[in-house]
Design a protein around this ligand. Structure first.
Ligand code: ZN
Length: 447
């Protein structure tokens, strides 16, 4: 037996002995005297407290009724605001280093550093929309085995469905399909891997590329349903959104951006319970904002999300000029405004909506994007309470994640502590003082 193996056996034996000697002690955390925004959409509850036992909320209620268990770690959060960690239903991870998107960047190290960055900004769960390598299933498996990752929780669509010659996906990752039959087989491949959902792209990048034809999208959606999975579509055009809703798509991963949403789309979405799962307003803003000097580049809340090399490149007039010279650059602000107007119309009409940013592509930074999304949702006409509800309780409902999204008994204690009230001013979502994932304090951004 080698020295290493002897040593390993000895270490294992000692671990076993320690486990026998010391019974597993409950790890109990008490937070008290805070203003609670619980993620259910209900009113804020001042003077709240909660008891967290091994990562889950064991009790939550008025601080006056708190019975702190003996030996618990107690944190007095007088004057603070506590809300659930945010859930972003549309991100990409592991793709970008210093503004360069390349599937070869995808590694455990990069994905985990991004998941840690999401958590640092109070985003404790993310859903990756169709651009993951298979490594994601290992990472997700490790997270779900414990339930207590020290970073954002990950959901994945694996490799999303792209039409051959069409728009979407990442080069050398997503294998395009050309026919309904190929599409069904590709959905089966993803289902066999254990994806959480199926993603498909239906767009032509403003007429510059091919678009997935109706018979192929119908096959993707139908096969996803046969495998017990929901199908979520990238869309841009109103007409595509309508056809996909008629084909039974379960959610839209972006806002309709070419035209106002109309009564026909609204009634179809309501009848079929189709969810506007992500509005990606932060994406619509980021694609043109950095085509000119912007105060965002000097905002410490933004700067912590970007690498020094990225910041330097983004500040360069040459890069800004290059962005501004792209075809359709001058249409991009119109698409943002259309997306904002459409969100307000859908919300008023009672169409269910979630929260998502499309963060994780070049120039769209994990963590920062979500706070910008909240601000843009409020600019669209939602109240801060509605925006936060979308990013917490409602997003969890879409995920069917029964133990995420709200701060209630039995749920994981995924929570963000804020210095100022985000219901009074949504920009206060940025006053992050601490972040917890399953009751564990994780490093948060600097104030
Ligand atoms: Zn995306």
């Amino acid at each position: 037996m080698s020295f290493q193996r002897v040593f390993r056996r000895l270490a294992l034996a000692m671990l076993g002995a320690a486990a026998l000697a010391a019974p597993v002690r409950a790890e109990t955390l008490v937070l008290k005297n805070f203003n609670l925004i619980d993620g259910t959409g209900g009113a804020m509850k001042p003077g709240s407290a909660m008891v967290v036992d091994n990562g889950r909320i064991a009790w939550i209620g008025p601080a006056a009724k708190l019975k702190a268990p003996a030996g618990a770690e107690v944190k007095d959060l007088a004057g603070k605001y506590v809300m659930p960690g945010m859930i972003d239903l549309h991100v990409h991870v592991g793709l970008v280093k210093d503004l360069k998107l390349d599937i070869d960047n995808y590694s455990r190290e990069l994905v985990q550093s991004e998941l840690s960055q999401y958590a640092a900004y109070g985003v404790t769960t993310v859903q990756v929309m169709g651009t993951d390598k298979d490594l994601v299933f290992t990472l997700r498996g490790e997270q779900r085995a414990s339930g207590r990752p020290k970073m954002a929780r990950i959901y994945t669509a694996g490799q999303g469905l792209v039409f051959k010659g069409g728009y979407g996906g990442v080069p050398r990752l997503n294998e395009p399909v050309a026919t309904p039959d190929e599409a069904r087989k590709a959905v089966d491949v993803q289902a066999d891997k254990g994806v959480d959902l199926i993603k498909l792209w239906v767009d032509d990048e403003l007429g510059t590329m091919g678009k997935m034809p109706p018979e192929v999208s119908a096959a993707v959606i139908d096969q996803a349903h046969k495998r017990g999975l929901r199908a979520i579509a990238h869309i841009f055009y109103l007409d595509d959104a309508k056809r996909l809703v008629d084909q039974g798509v379960d959610g839209l991963a972006h806002s309709v951006r070419d035209k106002p949403v109309d009564a026909a789309l609204i009634s179809a979405m309501k009848a079929r319970h189709t969810v506007q799962i992500a509005e990606t307003l932060a994406r619509e803003e980021a694609v043109f904002e950095f085509g000119a000097p912007t105060p965002t580049l000097n905002d410490p809340f933004f700067r912590q999300a970007a690498s020094p090399a990225s910041l330097e490149m983004m500040a360069s007039p040459e890069r800004q000029k290059q962005i501004a010279s792209a075809p359709h650059f001058h249409d991009l602000p119109k698409f943002l405004e259309q997306a904002k107007a459409n969100l307000k119309v859908l919300q008023k009409a009672g169409v269910p909506y979630g929260f998502g940013t499309d963060a994780g592509a070049a120039g769209r930074f994990p963590g920062y994007s979500e706070h910008e999304e909240l601000s843009l949702m409020v600019e669209s006409g939602l109240t801060p309470a509605q925006a936060i509800h979308a990013a917490t309780g409602e997003a969890a409902q879409f995920l069917k994640a029964k133990d995420l999204g709200t701060l209630e008994v039995g749920k994981w204690a995924d929570a963000v502590v804020l210095d100022a009230n985000p219901l009074a001013d949504i920009k206060n979502s940025r006053t992050i003082r601490a972040v917890y994932v399953a009751g564990q304090s994780v490093p948060s951004i600097k104030r």
